[in-house]
Ligand binder design. Sequence first.
Ligand code: HEC
Length: 114
Amino acid sequence: MPGFSWARTSSLAAVLLTAACAPLLAPVSQADVARAQARFPGTTTADLEHGRALYAVKCTGCHALEPATRHRPDEWPDEVNRMLRSAHLDRGEADAIIRYLVVSSTPTDATPLR
Ligand code: HEC
């Protein structure tokens, strides 16, 4: 196959993967923690990091990760609970993922949710 380069193909793939993943799972910020505490008092950075890590590990087996903003904050609990058995989550893991996704899908300029 003249002109075909696997090296070029795989570095393009790496660029595309990086570009696709960066906004999906942005690092947890202090602003995220502040928004989380408005809705889930006592939430720590570690709680959100835990939910983020579980989302990345437990929710990629069957389909691609969706950006958190693909669903509204009030839709995520049902979406995650629907996947609880498929993803082999216990209640605590599901709640950690829900907290992370609810916070990450809440618009940054929104007034705190009641
Ligand atoms: C064992 C495979 C499997 C795992 C693991 C899994 N899912 Fe799914 N998921 C599916 C299938 C199959 C569908 C499509 C059918 C449906 O919607 O029920 C789906 C659909 C979804 C949808 C709906 C997409 C839409 O277009 O509305 C969301 C959201 C979702 N999954 C989130 C998650 C989350 C969050 C996790 C991790 C907790 C997860 N999934 C883990 C199999 C899986």
